[in-house]
Design a protein around this ligand. Structure first.
Ligand SMILES: [Zn+2]
Length: 500
């Protein structure tokens, strides 16, 4: 048996976001992530097939002869930089448990890849520095979200890193399994050589979905690359643009039993990225135009038109409370329209105080983004919800969710789903718990960049990306980077970055 330590520390940090990241977010269930788990509590991930790498890793541990020692696992919804104290507190827990349980034969780390803490310090690089210091020269295999921005130092510190291959992310479980097989290869004493390459341009988030081009065929190449006997693993990272660090952006990394095979595999994937460069561009519609276009299409369509409010995506660290799209839906008298999730604990509380059936004058949303103002109207409180419910779509199927007090508020024929916890609209259950059947709507406005595609894509007639302001800027050439590396193109065929 191999003794394998297992830890997880997951956060996608938007360094331009003002949304705070307190320790409580990690300690409690938050959005996509369960509460912080220690020791044997981590085995809860073995009780089902959860879309989490730790769950997949443990599912094959027995057959691979791993005795898993569960240490600490936590994660929380994307937001601004972690305060130094929050990062240190969680790292101390992980470091303590490593010291208590060492020595190990190997280590599995469930990470994101785009964590930033303190004053623009790279989270994963520091996690690996500290962990490596304690465990020494043993194999460390890391699972990453494909939105990781990976530094060369981080890559060197980990023995093997493997990223998700789907966006919407539906292969967290499989990625854990991939990591387990790679770790077994290393523990068997087989050779491993690695190659790391950065792409020369940034990919706007809306171009990153693996359910359509240009990313679809790119990710479909990975299994082919891995089919070569010499190749152990190949990863394409798309990067997360809302991080002001030199290494932000896409990268490729490969592992093989000899250096030449690793280099070749990386070259093939990098070449495929370069061939697709013109397609990694930006195509958005201002809110008014987007709403009017959606209404025109909806008249003839028999399925909902989706308005993706991509820049107010909680899943990228946005506030998820802007009301630009809501204003336009109401102003244009959109029929059978629903919008969610609007993060507004105050409005949810007022609705719960008033009760179902009440009509309340209220100012919703627009409270978090500097300079933005709420949307005021007379809302009827259609349906209330508070408590646990189960996710139903591919990303969170059977996962226990809890978004605090929620309400369906209605103005004219526009419904708004307000929530107390901040989360992107990636599952139809978020609407159903407050009495809205998404498929019966003509227009669905979703605060999400791509993850909504997994569950809402199949019921949509058309998808329109909206250019409403948020804490995320979709077009990287409009982001005020201070620290990006010089020479990188700010989108496909975009302007070349120069430091100010
Ligand atoms: Zn991601």
């Amino acid at each position: 048996m191999f003794k394998i330590g297992l830890a997880g520390f997951i956060h996608e940090t938007n360094t331009f976001s003002q949304t705070p990241t307190p320790l409580e977010n990690f300690l409690n269930q938050s959005g996509f992530y369960p509460e912080l788990r220690k020791g044997k509590d981590i085995f809860k991930f073995k009780e089902g097939r959860f879309n989490i790498a730790a769950s997949g890793f443990m599912s094959v541990a027995d057959e691979l002869g791993f005795e898993v020692v569960p240490l600490v696992w936590c994660g929380t919804e994307p937001s601004g930089s972690l305060p130094l104290s929050v990062f240190d507190t969680i790292m101390e827990m992980i470091e303590e448990s490593l010291k208590e349980n060492k020595p190990f034969d190997g280590l599995f780390l469930d990470l994101h890849g785009a964590m930033v803490y303190g004053d623009l310090m790279d989270g994963e690089t520091e996690i690996l520095r500290r962990v490596r210091k304690i465990v020494g020269d043993i194999p460390i295999v890391c699972s990453l979200d494909l939105h990781g921005n990976i530094s060369k130092e981080c890559f060197e510190l980990a023995t093997v890193m493997i990223g998700y291959r789907t966006y919407p992310h539906v292969d967290g479980f499989e990625n854990g399994q991939r990591c387990a097989f790679a770790l077994k290869h290393l523990l068997d004493g087989k050779p491993s050589f690695k190659t790391f390459k950065q792409a020369p341009f940034l990919m706007p988030a809306t171009t990153q979905t693996t359910s359509r081009e240009p990313a679809k065929s790119l990710y479909e190449m990975i299994p082919g690359v891995e089919q070569a006997e010499e190749v152990i693993s190949a990863t394409v990272m798309e990067g997360f643009n809302a991080v002001d660090l030199p290494h932000t952006g896409p990268s490729v990394f490969t592992y093989a039993i000899d250096q030449q095979s690793a280099d070749q595999a990386a070259d093939v994937l990098l070449q495929a990225i370069l061939e697709r460069e013109p397609q990694f561009s930006v195509d958005l519609f201002p809110p008014e135009e987007a709403v009017q276009k959606a209404m025109q299409i909806a008249e003839k369509a028999n399925r909902p038109v989706l308005l993706a409010d991509i820049q107010d995506n909680a899943g990228g660290g946005s506030t998820s409370d802007t009301v630009w799209v809501l204003q336009e839906l109401v102003k244009n008298h959109a029929q059978k329209a629903a919008l969610g999730l609007l993060w507004d604990p105050e409005a949810a509380e007022i609705a719960h105080q008033a009760g179902e059936g009440a009509v309340v004058e209220m100012a919703v949303g627009g409270k978090s983004l500097p300079g933005h103002t709420p949307f005021s109207a007379s809302f009827s409180v259609e349906k209330l919800f508070d408590g646990d419910f189960l996710g139903t779509g591919p990303m969170v199927k059977d996962r226990k969710m809890n978004l605090g007090k929620m309400a369906q508020l209605k103005v004219d024929d526009v419904r708004v789903v307000v929530s107390t916890d901040r989360m992107q609209a990636l599952d139809q259950s978020f609407f159903r718990v407050v009495g809205i059947e998404p498929a019966e709507m003509k227009i669905l406005a979703l605060k999400s960049a791509n993850h909504y595609r997994a569950d809402f894509g199949p019921i949509a007639s058309e998808i329109i990306n909206v250019d409403a302001p948020g804490a995320i800027i979709e077009d990287p050439s409009k982001i005020s980077y201070q620290h990006l590396r010089e020479g990188v193109r700010l989108k496909g065929l975009g302007p070349v970055y120069k430091r100010p």
